[in-house]
Write a protein that binds this ligand. Structure first.
Ligand SMILES: NC(=O)c1ccc[n+]([C@@H]2O[C@H](COP(=O)([O-])OP(=O)(O)OC[C@H]3O[C@@H](n4cnc5c(N)ncnc54)[C@H](O)[C@@H]3O)[C@@H](O)[C@H]2O)c1
Length: 251
């Protein structure tokens, strides 16, 4: 059962490795959660885990490459669940490969999901927050690949740099409407994004060598940072990128 007029949090890519724990965490913080993913079965699975734990959620199968569908999603989430207060732009794709193999189609696709959808989802959500004169919070999930040099991930790393730049520009424009915008940049977390690495154990060792903290990141580490940034304890924080990476990147 959903309760219209709860504070609603929209989480994109919420059927995925990091998106699910973010959605579950925001539900346990008291938000009604719009669980959005192109993979409707995974979105449903997240909705079930939230409701089994006593939270409120609704699953939406949406391809965020479709800008018109993003607008419809925000209206539906507000009508079904209640006033939109939080947006987490988390859905992403990770095409890996050498520069020479990147076709215009691959490039456009990664930009459409990881960058254009972040912008249009933020625009649609902020419009609703503004109209309702509500304080709001947006978190863009970036990546530490924007800071370091990573081979064979050029289009992906480019969109993640864009997420941080978009965060600062949006925070400046939306601040007067009391809408905060921040970015969480994860290090390396064990999700399907890691399937691209041929030797997972060697990859894990390399990560731990790179971090100050000598353990792999847990998915909940990212969810906790998102929960903090959208919540009242971060009421005076906007335009920032928080690296959640065990002390890998310290600049
Ligand atoms: N896992 C990591 O180590 C890591 C590191 C740095 C940053 N990140 C970032 O964290 C976020 C989540 O990544 P993840 O590791 O959980 O990956 P994931 O593949 O498990 O989750 C991504 C989700 O996005 C969904 N998605 C993809 N295209 C979509 C579209 N067109 N419309 C709607 N949904 C779509 C997928 O179905 C998937 O459920 C991404 O923004 C990623 O860049 C992850």
């Amino acid at each position: 059962m959903t309760t219209p007029d709860a504070a609603t949090a929209v989480v994109t890519g919420a059927g995925g490795g990091l998106g699910r724990p973010i959605a579950v965490r925001l539900a346990s913080d008291g938000y009604a959660v719009a669980v959005v993913d192109v993979d409707g079965d995974e979105a449903e699975a997240t909705r079930r885990s939230i409701e089994e734990a006593g939270g409120t959620a609704r699953a939406y199968a949406v391809d965020l490459r479709d800008v018109a569908a993003i607008g419809r999603l925000m209206s539906a989430a507000e009508a079904d669940l209640g006033s939109l207060q939080v947006l987490v732009n988390n859905a992403a794709v990770f095409p890996a490969g050498p520069v020479a193999d990147v076709t215009p189609e691959v490039y456009d696709d990664v930009v459409a999901v990881n960058q254009r959808a972040y912008f249009f989802a933020s625009r649609a959500a902020a419009g609703r927050m503004r109209r309702g004169r509500r304080a709001g919070a947006i978190v863009n999930i970036g990546s530490i690949t924007q800071h370091g040099g990573w081979a064979e991930m050029v289009p992906y790393a480019t969109t993640k740099g864009a997420a941080a730049a978009m965060t600062r520009a949006l925070a400046t424009e939306l601040g007067p409407a009391d809408i905060r915008v921040n970015c969480v940049a994860p290090g390396a977390f064990p999700t399907r994004a890691e399937e691209m690495h041929a030797d997972p154990e060697a990859y894990s060792r390399r990560i731990i060598d790179s971090q100050a903290l000598k353990r792999r990141g847990r998915l909940d580490d990212v969810a906790a940072a998102v929960s903090f940034l959208v919540g009242p304890d971060a009421a005076f924080i906007t335009g920032q990128t928080l690296n959640v990476d065990g002390g890998w990147i310290m600049a």
